[in-house]
Design a protein around this ligand. Structure first.
Ligand SMILES: Nc1ncnc2c1ncn2[C@@H]1O[C@H](COP(=O)(O)OP(=O)(O)OP(=O)(O)O)[C@@H](O)[C@H]1O
Ligand SMILES: [Mg+2]
Length: 372
Protein backbone atom coordinates (compact mmCIF):
# COMPACT_ATOMS: atom_id res chain seq x y z
CA UNK A 1 0.00 0.00 0.00
CA UNK A 2 1.37 3.37 -1.03
CA UNK A 3 -0.20 5.63 1.54
CA UNK A 4 1.99 7.29 4.13
CA UNK A 5 0.94 8.59 7.53
CA UNK A 6 2.92 10.96 9.70
CA UNK A 7 1.71 11.26 13.28
CA UNK A 8 3.16 14.10 15.36
CA UNK A 9 6.59 13.60 13.86
CA UNK A 10 9.39 15.76 15.20
CA UNK A 11 13.12 15.82 14.69
CA UNK A 12 15.73 17.39 16.91
CA UNK A 13 19.28 16.79 15.77
CA UNK A 14 21.75 15.95 18.52
CA UNK A 15 23.04 19.11 20.18
CA UNK A 16 20.46 21.34 18.45
CA UNK A 17 18.13 23.53 20.50
CA UNK A 18 15.45 23.91 17.87
CA UNK A 19 13.41 21.15 16.29
CA UNK A 20 14.15 20.88 12.58
CA UNK A 21 10.72 19.32 12.06
CA UNK A 22 8.06 20.23 14.60
CA UNK A 23 4.97 18.08 15.18
CA UNK A 24 4.29 17.13 11.57
CA UNK A 25 1.05 15.22 10.99
CA UNK A 26 -0.29 14.31 7.57
CA UNK A 27 -1.88 11.47 5.69
CA UNK A 28 -0.59 11.08 2.15
CA UNK A 29 -3.09 9.09 0.12
CA UNK A 30 -2.10 6.33 -2.25
CA UNK A 31 -1.37 7.76 -5.68
CA UNK A 32 -0.90 11.36 -4.55
CA UNK A 33 1.86 13.62 -5.82
CA UNK A 34 2.69 15.50 -2.65
CA UNK A 35 5.14 18.37 -2.82
CA UNK A 36 6.97 19.66 0.25
CA UNK A 37 8.06 23.23 -0.38
CA UNK A 38 9.66 25.94 1.72
CA UNK A 39 12.81 28.02 2.07
CA UNK A 40 16.22 26.53 2.70
CA UNK A 41 16.53 24.94 6.13
CA UNK A 42 12.79 24.59 6.80
CA UNK A 43 13.10 20.83 7.34
CA UNK A 44 12.00 19.34 4.01
CA UNK A 45 14.94 16.97 3.56
CA UNK A 46 14.86 16.02 7.21
CA UNK A 47 11.24 14.96 6.87
CA UNK A 48 11.91 12.97 3.72
CA UNK A 49 14.99 11.35 5.22
CA UNK A 50 13.01 10.25 8.27
CA UNK A 51 10.47 8.64 5.95
CA UNK A 52 13.28 6.99 4.00
CA UNK A 53 14.87 5.65 7.15
CA UNK A 54 18.06 7.63 6.71
CA UNK A 55 17.45 9.69 9.84
CA UNK A 56 16.12 8.73 13.29
CA UNK A 57 12.70 10.00 14.29
CA UNK A 58 12.90 11.95 17.56
CA UNK A 59 9.16 11.84 18.28
CA UNK A 60 6.06 10.53 16.60
CA UNK A 61 5.26 7.72 14.19
CA UNK A 62 5.53 7.14 10.48
CA UNK A 63 3.46 4.49 8.73
CA UNK A 64 3.84 3.23 5.18
CA UNK A 65 0.54 1.55 4.41
CA UNK A 66 -0.52 0.11 7.77
CA UNK A 67 3.00 -0.67 8.84
CA UNK A 68 4.78 1.36 11.49
CA UNK A 69 8.22 1.93 9.99
CA UNK A 70 10.02 3.85 12.76
CA UNK A 71 12.27 0.87 13.40
CA UNK A 72 12.24 -0.70 9.95
CA UNK A 73 15.54 -0.39 8.13
CA UNK A 74 15.69 1.79 5.05
CA UNK A 75 16.02 -1.08 2.60
CA UNK A 76 12.90 -2.77 3.92
CA UNK A 77 10.60 0.24 3.62
CA UNK A 78 9.60 -0.36 0.00
CA UNK A 79 10.55 3.13 -1.14
CA UNK A 80 12.89 4.55 -3.78
CA UNK A 81 14.63 7.85 -3.35
CA UNK A 82 16.06 10.14 -6.01
CA UNK A 83 18.48 12.80 -4.84
CA UNK A 84 19.79 16.06 -6.22
CA UNK A 85 23.21 14.61 -6.96
CA UNK A 86 22.11 11.48 -8.71
CA UNK A 87 25.38 9.70 -7.87
CA UNK A 88 25.64 7.18 -10.69
CA UNK A 89 28.48 4.67 -10.66
CA UNK A 90 30.88 6.17 -13.22
CA UNK A 91 32.55 2.89 -14.24
CA UNK A 92 29.29 1.05 -14.88
CA UNK A 93 27.12 1.21 -17.97
CA UNK A 94 23.71 2.81 -17.85
CA UNK A 95 22.20 -0.66 -17.90
CA UNK A 96 24.31 -1.79 -14.96
CA UNK A 97 23.52 1.39 -13.05
CA UNK A 98 19.82 0.78 -13.40
CA UNK A 99 20.12 -2.93 -12.64
CA UNK A 100 22.46 -2.55 -9.68
CA UNK A 101 19.86 -2.42 -6.89
CA UNK A 102 18.06 -5.44 -8.30
CA UNK A 103 21.26 -7.46 -8.49
CA UNK A 104 21.91 -6.69 -4.84
CA UNK A 105 18.50 -8.17 -4.14
CA UNK A 106 19.55 -11.27 -6.06
CA UNK A 107 16.72 -10.98 -8.53
CA UNK A 108 16.75 -13.43 -11.45
CA UNK A 109 18.63 -12.18 -14.48
CA UNK A 110 15.66 -12.42 -16.83
CA UNK A 111 13.47 -10.42 -14.45
CA UNK A 112 16.15 -7.77 -14.11
CA UNK A 113 16.40 -7.54 -17.86
CA UNK A 114 12.69 -7.12 -18.22
CA UNK A 115 12.47 -4.37 -15.61
CA UNK A 116 15.50 -2.46 -16.91
CA UNK A 117 14.21 -2.59 -20.47
CA UNK A 118 10.80 -1.44 -19.42
CA UNK A 119 12.16 1.47 -17.36
CA UNK A 120 14.49 2.50 -20.17
CA UNK A 121 11.56 2.53 -22.54
CA UNK A 122 9.44 4.67 -20.23
CA UNK A 123 12.32 7.12 -19.89
CA UNK A 124 13.33 6.95 -23.55
CA UNK A 125 16.93 6.02 -22.89
CA UNK A 126 16.82 2.58 -24.55
CA UNK A 127 19.50 3.54 -27.03
CA UNK A 128 21.88 4.66 -24.27
CA UNK A 129 21.92 1.50 -22.16
CA UNK A 130 25.46 0.50 -23.04
CA UNK A 131 26.91 3.98 -22.53
CA UNK A 132 28.74 5.16 -19.46
CA UNK A 133 27.28 8.05 -17.45
CA UNK A 134 30.05 10.41 -18.52
CA UNK A 135 28.93 10.02 -22.14
CA UNK A 136 25.51 11.42 -21.28
CA UNK A 137 24.03 14.85 -20.67
CA UNK A 138 22.84 16.03 -17.28
CA UNK A 139 19.23 15.40 -18.17
CA UNK A 140 19.96 11.92 -19.46
CA UNK A 141 21.88 11.11 -16.29
CA UNK A 142 18.97 12.30 -14.22
CA UNK A 143 16.78 9.94 -16.22
CA UNK A 144 19.12 7.07 -15.39
CA UNK A 145 18.73 7.98 -11.72
CA UNK A 146 14.97 7.86 -12.22
CA UNK A 147 15.33 4.49 -13.93
CA UNK A 148 17.19 3.16 -10.94
CA UNK A 149 14.28 4.22 -8.75
CA UNK A 150 11.57 2.89 -11.08
CA UNK A 151 12.92 -0.66 -11.44
CA UNK A 152 12.51 -1.25 -7.76
CA UNK A 153 8.75 -0.81 -8.21
CA UNK A 154 8.40 0.80 -4.80
CA UNK A 155 5.19 1.69 -2.99
CA UNK A 156 6.40 5.28 -2.66
CA UNK A 157 8.86 7.42 -4.60
CA UNK A 158 10.77 10.10 -2.74
CA UNK A 159 12.47 12.94 -4.55
CA UNK A 160 14.78 15.44 -2.88
CA UNK A 161 15.31 18.39 -5.23
CA UNK A 162 16.13 16.06 -8.12
CA UNK A 163 16.24 18.84 -10.68
CA UNK A 164 18.20 21.55 -8.94
CA UNK A 165 21.46 20.56 -10.66
CA UNK A 166 20.00 21.04 -14.12
CA UNK A 167 19.86 24.22 -16.17
CA UNK A 168 16.57 26.09 -16.46
CA UNK A 169 15.47 24.57 -19.76
CA UNK A 170 16.29 21.02 -18.80
CA UNK A 171 14.56 21.53 -15.49
CA UNK A 172 11.31 22.36 -17.26
CA UNK A 173 11.72 19.32 -19.50
CA UNK A 174 12.44 16.97 -16.61
CA UNK A 175 9.54 18.43 -14.68
CA UNK A 176 7.30 17.25 -17.50
CA UNK A 177 9.01 13.86 -17.61
CA UNK A 178 8.44 13.27 -13.93
CA UNK A 179 4.83 14.37 -14.40
CA UNK A 180 4.45 11.87 -17.22
CA UNK A 181 6.09 9.18 -15.15
CA UNK A 182 3.67 9.90 -12.33
CA UNK A 183 0.65 9.67 -14.61
CA UNK A 184 1.91 6.43 -16.03
CA UNK A 185 2.89 4.71 -12.79
CA UNK A 186 0.22 6.22 -10.51
CA UNK A 187 2.52 5.52 -7.60
CA UNK A 188 2.59 7.76 -4.55
CA UNK A 189 5.27 10.42 -4.92
CA UNK A 190 6.64 12.78 -2.32
CA UNK A 191 8.72 15.51 -3.83
CA UNK A 192 10.85 18.09 -2.04
CA UNK A 193 11.72 21.41 -3.61
CA UNK A 194 12.34 25.01 -2.63
CA UNK A 195 11.12 26.06 -6.07
CA UNK A 196 7.55 27.28 -5.85
CA UNK A 197 7.02 26.90 -9.59
CA UNK A 198 7.92 23.20 -9.39
CA UNK A 199 5.55 22.89 -6.44
CA UNK A 200 2.68 24.60 -8.25
CA UNK A 201 3.07 22.70 -11.50
CA UNK A 202 3.79 19.20 -10.22
CA UNK A 203 1.91 18.65 -7.00
CA UNK A 204 -1.61 17.35 -6.59
CA UNK A 205 -1.21 18.67 -3.05
CA UNK A 206 1.34 21.01 -1.56
CA UNK A 207 2.72 21.28 1.95
CA UNK A 208 4.28 24.68 2.64
CA UNK A 209 6.79 24.62 5.50
CA UNK A 210 8.66 27.27 7.43
CA UNK A 211 11.17 26.65 10.21
CA UNK A 212 10.05 23.09 10.76
CA UNK A 213 6.36 23.99 10.96
CA UNK A 214 3.61 23.31 8.44
CA UNK A 215 2.05 26.54 7.21
CA UNK A 216 -0.60 25.12 4.88
CA UNK A 217 -1.57 21.85 3.19
CA UNK A 218 -3.79 22.27 0.14
CA UNK A 219 -4.10 21.89 -3.62
CA UNK A 220 -1.98 24.27 -5.74
CA UNK A 221 -5.11 26.26 -6.63
CA UNK A 222 -6.10 26.72 -3.00
CA UNK A 223 -2.57 27.62 -1.94
CA UNK A 224 -2.52 30.29 -4.61
CA UNK A 225 -6.02 31.68 -4.25
CA UNK A 226 -6.51 31.20 -0.49
CA UNK A 227 -3.08 31.33 1.13
CA UNK A 228 -3.49 30.62 4.83
CA UNK A 229 -1.13 33.34 5.95
CA UNK A 230 1.25 36.05 4.75
CA UNK A 231 4.19 33.68 4.60
CA UNK A 232 2.45 31.35 2.15
CA UNK A 233 1.04 34.31 0.21
CA UNK A 234 4.53 35.77 -0.16
CA UNK A 235 6.33 32.50 -0.84
CA UNK A 236 4.04 31.04 -3.49
CA UNK A 237 3.64 33.09 -6.64
CA UNK A 238 6.11 35.05 -8.67
CA UNK A 239 6.52 37.96 -8.31
CA UNK A 240 5.52 37.75 -4.65
CA UNK A 241 2.20 39.18 -3.51
CA UNK A 242 2.10 42.90 -2.74
CA UNK A 243 1.30 43.72 0.88
CA UNK A 244 0.08 47.04 2.20
CA UNK A 245 -0.88 48.20 5.66
CA UNK A 246 -4.02 50.22 6.13
CA UNK A 247 -7.01 50.77 8.35
CA UNK A 248 -10.28 49.00 7.75
CA UNK A 249 -13.02 51.60 7.96
CA UNK A 250 -16.70 50.88 7.59
CA UNK A 251 -19.43 53.51 7.65
CA UNK A 252 -22.86 54.09 6.20
CA UNK A 253 -22.79 50.70 4.53
CA UNK A 254 -19.53 51.31 2.67
CA UNK A 255 -16.14 49.91 3.63
CA UNK A 256 -12.70 51.22 2.83
CA UNK A 257 -9.06 50.27 3.12
CA UNK A 258 -7.43 53.50 4.22
CA UNK A 259 -3.80 54.44 4.13
CA UNK A 260 -2.33 57.89 4.76
CA UNK A 261 -2.91 58.97 1.20
CA UNK A 262 -5.48 56.60 -0.25
CA UNK A 263 -8.90 55.25 0.48
CA UNK A 264 -9.84 52.17 -1.48
CA UNK A 265 -13.40 50.93 -1.61
CA UNK A 266 -13.86 47.33 -0.47
CA UNK A 267 -16.81 45.55 -2.12
CA UNK A 268 -19.56 44.72 0.32
CA UNK A 269 -19.18 40.94 0.03
CA UNK A 270 -15.48 41.18 0.80
CA UNK A 271 -16.01 43.55 3.70
CA UNK A 272 -18.62 41.40 5.47
CA UNK A 273 -16.22 38.87 6.99
CA UNK A 274 -13.95 41.71 8.15
CA UNK A 275 -16.84 43.40 9.92
CA UNK A 276 -18.01 40.12 11.38
CA UNK A 277 -14.55 39.36 12.75
CA UNK A 278 -14.43 42.76 14.44
CA UNK A 279 -11.77 44.50 12.37
CA UNK A 280 -13.56 47.84 12.11
CA UNK A 281 -11.15 50.66 12.85
CA UNK A 282 -8.17 48.29 13.00
CA UNK A 283 -5.01 48.17 10.94
CA UNK A 284 -4.94 45.16 8.66
CA UNK A 285 -2.72 43.97 5.83
CA UNK A 286 -4.04 43.79 2.31
CA UNK A 287 -2.40 41.47 -0.19
CA UNK A 288 -2.80 41.91 -3.93
CA UNK A 289 -1.18 39.80 -6.62
CA UNK A 290 0.60 41.45 -9.52
CA UNK A 291 -2.04 40.23 -11.97
CA UNK A 292 -4.89 41.67 -9.91
CA UNK A 293 -3.99 45.27 -10.58
CA UNK A 294 -5.99 47.19 -13.12
CA UNK A 295 -4.40 49.95 -15.07
CA UNK A 296 -6.82 50.57 -17.91
CA UNK A 297 -9.91 52.60 -17.16
CA UNK A 298 -12.02 50.57 -19.58
CA UNK A 299 -11.81 47.51 -17.40
CA UNK A 300 -13.60 49.16 -14.52
CA UNK A 301 -16.78 51.07 -14.14
CA UNK A 302 -15.91 54.70 -13.58
CA UNK A 303 -17.21 54.61 -10.05
CA UNK A 304 -15.21 51.56 -9.09
CA UNK A 305 -12.12 52.96 -10.70
CA UNK A 306 -12.27 56.27 -8.90
CA UNK A 307 -12.63 54.56 -5.56
CA UNK A 308 -9.84 52.04 -5.97
CA UNK A 309 -7.24 53.90 -7.96
CA UNK A 310 -4.09 55.71 -7.07
CA UNK A 311 -1.20 57.32 -8.84
CA UNK A 312 2.13 55.60 -9.03
CA UNK A 313 5.45 56.18 -10.70
CA UNK A 314 6.96 53.42 -12.84
CA UNK A 315 10.36 52.86 -11.26
CA UNK A 316 11.27 49.88 -13.39
CA UNK A 317 9.83 47.94 -16.28
CA UNK A 318 10.79 44.28 -16.51
CA UNK A 319 10.18 42.25 -19.63
CA UNK A 320 9.89 38.51 -19.05
CA UNK A 321 8.95 37.16 -22.44
CA UNK A 322 5.19 37.02 -22.44
CA UNK A 323 4.85 39.12 -19.30
CA UNK A 324 5.80 42.64 -18.40
CA UNK A 325 6.08 43.68 -14.78
CA UNK A 326 6.02 47.27 -13.65
CA UNK A 327 7.66 48.13 -10.36
CA UNK A 328 5.73 51.06 -8.98
CA UNK A 329 6.02 53.59 -6.16
CA UNK A 330 2.90 55.38 -4.99
CA UNK A 331 4.65 57.72 -2.53
CA UNK A 332 3.77 55.33 0.24
CA UNK A 333 5.01 51.99 -0.82
CA UNK A 334 6.34 49.90 -3.66
CA UNK A 335 4.33 47.35 -5.55
CA UNK A 336 4.66 45.27 -8.66
CA UNK A 337 1.92 44.75 -11.22
CA UNK A 338 1.64 42.67 -14.36
CA UNK A 339 0.64 44.45 -17.54
CA UNK A 340 -0.05 43.66 -21.16
CA UNK A 341 3.35 43.33 -22.87
CA UNK A 342 2.03 45.19 -25.90
CA UNK A 343 1.01 48.22 -23.90
CA UNK A 344 3.59 51.00 -23.79
CA UNK A 345 4.82 51.91 -20.37
CA UNK A 346 7.92 53.95 -19.83
CA UNK A 347 10.07 54.11 -16.75
CA UNK A 348 9.69 57.39 -14.89
CA UNK A 349 6.12 57.96 -16.05
CA UNK A 350 3.22 58.28 -13.66
CA UNK A 351 0.21 56.02 -14.21
CA UNK A 352 -3.17 55.44 -12.64
CA UNK A 353 -3.47 52.05 -11.03
CA UNK A 354 -6.57 50.37 -9.75
CA UNK A 355 -6.68 47.23 -7.62
CA UNK A 356 -9.20 44.48 -8.11
CA UNK A 357 -10.53 44.60 -4.58
CA UNK A 358 -12.63 41.53 -5.22
CA UNK A 359 -9.43 39.55 -5.44
CA UNK A 360 -7.59 41.21 -2.57
CA UNK A 361 -6.61 39.15 0.46
CA UNK A 362 -6.85 40.51 3.98
CA UNK A 363 -4.58 39.42 6.79
CA UNK A 364 -4.41 40.03 10.53
CA UNK A 365 -1.47 42.34 11.16
CA UNK A 366 -0.29 40.61 14.33
CA UNK A 367 -0.81 36.93 13.55
CA UNK A 368 -0.36 37.32 9.76
CA UNK A 369 -3.18 34.79 9.29
CA UNK A 370 -5.69 35.16 6.48
CA UNK A 371 -8.93 36.81 7.57
CA UNK A 372 -10.66 36.58 4.21
N1 LIG B 1 22.82 16.39 10.41
C1 LIG B 1 22.36 17.52 10.95
N2 LIG B 1 22.75 17.93 12.18
C2 LIG B 1 22.28 19.06 12.74
N3 LIG B 1 21.40 19.88 12.15
C3 LIG B 1 20.96 19.54 10.92
C4 LIG B 1 21.43 18.34 10.26
N4 LIG B 1 20.82 18.27 9.06
C5 LIG B 1 20.03 19.37 8.97
N5 LIG B 1 20.12 20.12 10.09
C6 LIG B 1 19.37 21.36 10.37
O1 LIG B 1 17.98 21.09 10.29
C7 LIG B 1 17.30 22.13 9.65
C8 LIG B 1 16.52 21.57 8.46
O2 LIG B 1 17.44 21.06 7.50
P1 LIG B 1 16.96 20.38 6.15
O3 LIG B 1 18.16 19.86 5.48
O4 LIG B 1 15.87 19.44 6.47
O5 LIG B 1 16.38 21.64 5.39
P2 LIG B 1 15.79 21.73 3.90
O6 LIG B 1 14.42 22.28 4.05
O7 LIG B 1 15.94 20.44 3.20
O8 LIG B 1 16.71 22.85 3.25
P3 LIG B 1 17.33 22.95 1.75
O9 LIG B 1 16.25 23.55 0.90
O10 LIG B 1 18.46 23.91 1.95
O11 LIG B 1 17.76 21.60 1.33
C9 LIG B 1 18.35 23.17 9.29
O12 LIG B 1 18.32 24.18 10.23
C10 LIG B 1 19.63 22.40 9.32
O13 LIG B 1 20.69 23.24 9.70
MG1 LIG C 1 17.08 19.82 1.56
Amino acid sequence: MGNVTFQHVSKRYAGEKRKSVNDFSLKVEEGEFLVLVGPSGCGKSTLLRMLAGLEDITEGEIYIGDKLVNYVSSKDRNISMVFQNYALYPHMSVYENIAFGLRLRKMAKADIHERVTRAAKILEIESHLSKQPKQMSGGQRQRVALGRAIVREPAVFLFDEPLSNLDAKLRVQMREEIGKLYRRLKTTMIYVTHDQIEAMTMGTRIVVMKEGLVQQVATPEMIYTRPANMFVAGFIGSPPMNFMHGKFVSMDGASFFETKRYSLLIPEERAKPLIKAGYEGKVIVMGVRAEDAIYKKEELSLEAFISTQFEAVIEMRELLGSDVYLYLYNKEQRLVIRVDPRARFEEGKTIQVGLDMNRAHFFDKATEELIC
